[in-house]
Design a protein around this ligand. Structure first.
Ligand SMILES: Nc1ncnc2c1ncn2[C@@H]1O[C@H](COP(=O)(O)OP(=O)(O)O)[C@@H](O)[C@H]1O
Ligand SMILES: [Mg+2]
Length: 244
């Protein structure tokens, strides 16, 4: 159906990201070409320092590539330059400490131009869907780590993203809490029909997603294709050949 060519949510072509310059230059991401299609479910795995967060930030438009291009053919751009419809869940605390939970969830909508009352209604609806209504008036520093991550997920989902990028969203949680947060994330993503990429070095988390992209030393490998020797069907995520 050609969706990978025409309907990619994000496409990287020959992307590299280098930090610093000269002798001190560090190549965090190297020669990466990939696409994410609607409703893809991808675990981005690899050891600490292999470039997972850097690639996620490139996919999110949070930082520019040093070489190559990152584009969002479907999503376009939000008023402040980030791709619209791409939501990010970070590993650590990301809630604004002076705003209560409902205002934290509503805040990005307000920034995006949604009228305050409507933003608040949508925030309350999102909290309700994630079972967080009782926490609506709580301040972030009264929440547990798992509750904070669920609020961060609600905040991303109320913006109705087409793609959710989660950077080790359970990395600071114990295993049981982490499993619950992954459940919440994947249910919510399925609910809104979004694609999802989760970076993790936990195989139990990776097993919950449909595909695995493995990184080592800044380069990207696609385990599913390595296993079958075939390129995934059109419409699913893929790495693009021909880059060394
Ligand atoms: N802002 C930065 N400045 C300098 N080096 C960085 C920066 N961000 C990441 N790096 C380096 O890039 C490499 C990849 O880091 P990262 O993408 O965070 O890996 P991962 O998320 O897989 O642990 C590491 O060597 C890291 O030290
Ligand atoms: Mg990281």
């Amino acid at each position: 159906m050609g969706a990978a060519a025409d309907g990619a949510l994000v496409r990287c072509v020959d992307v590299a990201r280098t930090y610093g310059s000269g002798a001190a230059a560090l190549v965090a991401v190297h020669a990466v070409s990939c696409e994410i299609a609607p409703r893809d479910s991808i675990a981005l795995t690899g050891p600490s320092g292999c470039g997972k967060s850097t690639l996620l930030h490139l996919l999110a438009g949070l930082e520019p590539p040093t070489v190559g291009t990152v584009s969002w053919p479907v999503a376009g751009h939000s008023p402040w330059g980030r791709p619209a419809e791409v939501g990010v869940v970070f590993q650590g605390p990301s809630l604004l400490p002076h705003l209560d939970v409902v205002d934290n969830v509503a805040f990005p909508l307000v920034l995006d131009g949604v009228p305050a009352e409507e933003a608040r209604e949508r925030a309350l609806g999102g909290l309700d869907r994630l079972g967080l209504t009782a926490l609506a008036r709580a301040l972030p520093d009264t929440l547990s780590g798992g509750q904070s991550q669920r609020v961060a997920i609600a905040r991303v989902l109320v913006a109705r993203p087409a793609l959710v990028l989660a950077d080790e969203p359970t990395g600071q949680l114990d295993q049981a809490t982490g499993a619950l947060v992954i459940d919440v994330l994947l249910d919510a993503v399925a609910d809104v029909g979004a694609a999802v990429v989760v970076t993790t070095h936990d195989p139990r988390v990776a097993a919950r997603l449909t595909r695995t992209w493995r990184m080592s030393e800044g380069t990207l490998h696609d385990d599913a294709r390595a296993a079958t020797g075939r390129t995934p069907a059109a419409g699913s995520s893929r790495l693009v050949e021909g880059v060394r």
